[in-house]
Design a protein around this ligand. Structure first.
Ligand code: RP5
Length: 169
């Protein structure tokens, strides 16, 4: 996972509780790469590497991260615990778990008590992709060129959807 995609000066962190989450989180990484966003990928398990997780969150502001996309499955405390240790926005992605298909992950991430927010996305690959698009939307508030590319991305989806309608004739 520490591959060419990982940038020297990342503005988005893509972290996950296990390498088994990569199948899901790579959908976030792919979109960030497509938009040319500097990002990094890390496995930071909340329950197996709690000290590493805290260190990652505590360093996030100083390292220039603007958003952290955090994916985990099961009792998915990683996004919430990262958010507890940094004010960098945390975008939580529930990973589909073996036994409860990710509903457990979703509930663990979405139901944060008031005061420590985690923006929670859909279970699985749709959530991972949308978390990346949301991070890009946040970055685009300060980057008009990036916003234009996001608008073009949306326009392409419109074209694809219109073509689907034509297929039905
Ligand atoms: C969580 O447990 C991870 O986020 C992963 O979704 C799940 C299973 O981890 P592995 O047993 O595959 O390492 O910590």
């Amino acid at each position: 996972m520490e591959r060419a995609l990982t940038s020297a000066s990342p503005v988005v962190g893509v972290v996950m509780g296990s390498s088994s989450d990569w199948e899901t989180l790579k959908h976030a990484a792919d979109i960030l790469a497509e938009f040319g966003i500097a990002f990094e990928t890390r496995v930071v398990s909340a329950h197996r590497m709690p000290d590493d997780m805290f260190a990652y969150a505590e360093a996030a502001v100083g390292r220039g991260l603007k958003a952290i996309i955090a994916g985990a499955g099961g009792a998915a405390h990683l996004p919430g615990m990262l958010a507890a240790k940094t004010v960098v926005p945390v975008l939580g992605v529930p990973v589909a778990s073996r036994h409860l298909q990710g509903v457990d992950s979703l509930h663990s991430i979405v139901q944060m008590p008031k005061g420590i927010p985690v923006a929670t996305f859909a279970i699985g690959t749709a959530g991972a992709g949308n978390a990346a698009l949301f991070a890009i939307a946040m970055l685009s508030n300060e980057q008009p060129e990036l916003r234009a590319r996001l608008e073009a991305f949306r326009a392409r989806q419109t074209e694809v959807a219109r073509a689907m309608t034509q297929d039905l004739k």
